[in-house]
Design a protein. Structure first.
Length: 190
């Protein structure tokens, strides 16, 4: 596979199915941000964390790659004239979303009740998790905006919403695992 094609030298890129769009197109911004998120997930996975979490993050990375492919497919290219699906890969689905919910619920059983907002930080690994959560929220906002102009699979929006929740709870779990005290946000009195 050749890495450079020179087809994007004029500022356009091809979506799945061949449609060319400007590189600043909202669809490109959406799946580009999902790709950025996937890189941060890899960074978290590369830290000194437990194997169960690494395994869960690897699944998330696979799901994000699939989700990116879904976003890279314009609605008119999703199916062939015969009705057969063009995107011949698994899609993020209710099972993918349920996986995140199950992980959140499991982590929450081991965490103290949250009584305040928590300031990001305390350890580099925890901070990476909060950065990934913020990038996930940006990917979600871009995908919601894209959905207003071109309908996208609703499981994409659900997955990104749940993933940001997962990353928040994971940051709390990692704080506990790393013996880092969470800093509560308590508004200063004026």
């Amino acid at each position: 596979m050749k890495i450079y094609t020179k087809t994007g030298d004029q500022g356009t890129t091809a979506l799945f199915g061949g449609t060319r769009v400007p590189k600043h197109h909202l669809r490109i911004e959406s799946y580009g941000t999902v790709d950025e998120l996937n890189s941060y997930i890899g960074l978290i996975k590369d830290q000194a964390i437990d194997e169960q979490t690494k395994k869960a993050l690897l699944k998330v990375q696979h799901d994000l790659f699939t989700l990116g492919a879904m976003l890279a497919t314009p609605p008119e290219k999703e199916t062939l004239k015969s009705g057969k699906e063009r995107l011949n890969i698994p899609k993020v689905s209710s099972e993918s979303i349920q996986f995140l919910e199950d992980e959140i619920d499991f982590m929450n059983t081991k965490l103290p009740q949250m009584t305040h907002f928590i300031l990001p930080g305390g350890h580099t690994t925890v901070s990476f998790c909060h950065i990934a959560r913020c990038v996930c929220r940006r990917a979600e906002r871009l995908s919601v905006s894209l959905n207003e102009g071109e309908t996208i699979n609703e499981d994409i929006l659900k997955y990104l919403n749940r993933l940001s929740d997962y990353l928040f709870v994971l940051a709390r779990k990692l704080s506990q695992d790393l013996s880092v005290q969470e800093v509560k946000w308590i508004p200063e009195k004026i």
